[in-house]
Design a protein around this ligand. Structure first.
Ligand code: S3P
Length: 436
């Protein structure tokens, strides 16, 4: 677990070297869930051993999956229950993870037993109605029984569902995936229409496991036909672009930097941060591209002396949704104004990321205007170090530690233990980078 409080100061000599970021969080959750239901054993390589994804793996062990350790913690054999899941003996702890809870709710709603999912303080405040609505339409008995209406814990009486055609009210890969996972366990064809393309890892993994799924040419309509028989199949998970994002921004804003990030996932529905930073004048190149179900490659980033503001909004938002706090940090170091719009979903993440990002940037001396659906940042003036809160949000902790590497004085983040939910090893890499 990361320290509770982490301090950094300006990285006077720049950031140098190669970084292997850990496995992709979104893909790891989905691999655990699908592999747990599969027939047979599969070798999983580079699983993200963060608290969020380990919670999902433990939950899957509770319903009958078996995990045999490999040579490294992130490599193991996963043996599925061949669609004969057992009822969990205990309530399922989803920790901090909205993805874990929403995806598992989709699966558990279609399995013939009762289960209860709970999470930490942050997760217990996040909206679950968005999955309860479609799952209820499918005939599921799922109830949100949290102190806050519509929030976790979730009580699920699983059973046979019916297929639906569902139009998502918001662009959310979690909601899309919850419906598709319930659909794959349901007789007939379940269809989802999304207002904008969201990360397509579920669809790609369906293809990997031979699950009958079709996607329209524009990527907006997805159909899955169940019930499925999943055959286990080995998989290697690429590095997480959302973790790489911190270093892409840090190297861009810290003079003298040159970093290479190895084997990072380059799924086109996920890596929008690269074109956005390039539009701002960043120096980013991609090498060793490989396409193996999920594309990945090495990303080299050098300091960008002339970053400038840009407009960010519309259909690119789902593609960069988790990277917006760190993009806002880049914007504070860029000349001119960056306007981020159409990003109201940020208000229901691990923290209200519009408020927490804007508040922390202001505390470092940046000019930020908070908008209902985003923020407007006028950058270029030097930022100064400050003592900041992370608001139970791993991405806020890491984004502002990156800002601290380029700011005057010392920046201290309080409440950094949450970094372990997505990026184990981050603090060690930060120490190495800051020491050079
Ligand atoms: C995720 C989808 C996104 C993202 C989250 C992971 C996923 O959430 O913010 O970190 O793995 O499906 P939404 O679907 O709520 O936008």
């Amino acid at each position: 677990m990361a320290s509770e409080r982490i301090s950094v100061s300006r990285a006077a000599h720049g950031l140098h070297g190669c970084i292997n970021v850990p496995g992709d969080k979104s893909i790891s959750h989905r691999v655990a869930i699908l592999g747990a239901l599969a027939r047979g054993s599969m070798r999983v390589k580079n699983y993200l051993c963060s608290e969020d994804c380990l919670n999902t793996l433990r939950a899957m062990q509770q319903i009958g999956a078996q995990v045999t350790p490999g040579n490294a913690p992130q490599d193991f054999m996963l043996t599925g229950c061949a669609m004969q899941p057992a009822a969990p003996q205990r309530d399922i702890d989803c920790g901090n993870s909205g993805t874990g809870m929403r995806l598992m709710a989709g699966v558990l709603a279609a399995l013939p037993f009762e289960s209860r999912l709970y999470g930490d303080r942050s997760l217990s405040k996040r909206p679950m109605k968005r999955i309860l609505d479609p799952l209820t339409q499918m005939g599921a008995r799922v109830e949100a029984c949290g102190e806050k209406p519509g929030c976790a814990p979730l009580h699920i009486c699983g059973g046979t569902l019916r297929p639906i055609d569902y139009t998502l009210p918001m662009a959310s890969a979690q909601v899309k995936s919850a419906v598709l996972l319930a659909g794959m366990l349901t007789r007939g064809t379940t269809r989802v229409h999304q207002p904008a393309v969201t990360r397509d890892h579920t669809e790609r993994l369906f293809a990997h496991f031979g699950i009958p799924c079709s996607v329209s040419e524009d990527g907006l309509d997805i159909a899955v036909t169940g019930p499925v028989d999943i055959a286990a199949r080995d998989i290697t998970i690429p590095g997480d672009i959302s973790s790489a994002a911190f270093w892409l921004v840090a190297a861009s804003i810290v003079p003298g930097s040159e970093l290479t990030l190895r084997n990072v996932g380059l799924n086109p529905t996920r890596c929008g941060i690269i074109p956005v930073l390039q539009r701002m004048g960043a120096d980013i190149t991609i090498g060793n591209r490989v396409n193996a179900g999920e594309p990945y490659g090495d990303i080299t980033v050098r300091h960008a002396p002339h970053l400038h503001g840009t407009d960010i909004g519309g259909a690119e938002i789902p593609n960069i949704i988790d990277e917006i706090p760190v993009l806002a940090v880049a914007a504070a170091f860029a000349e001119g104004t960056t306007a981020i719009r159409d990003a109201a979903e940020l208000r229901v993440k691990e923290s209200d990321r519009i408020a927490t990002t804007a508040g922390n940037l202001r505390a470092m001396g940046a000019a930020v205007e908070e908008l209902d659906d985003g923020m407007s940042i006028t950058g270029g003036a030097p930022l100064h170090g400050a003592t900041l809160q992370s608001f139970d949000d791993h991405r806020i902790s890491m984004s502002f530690l990156m800002a601290g590497l380029a700011a005057d004085g010392t920046t201290t983040l309080e409440g950094c233990q949450n970094i372990g939910t997505s990026y184990p090893g981050f603090e060690d890499t930060l120490r190495q980078m800051a020491a050079e």
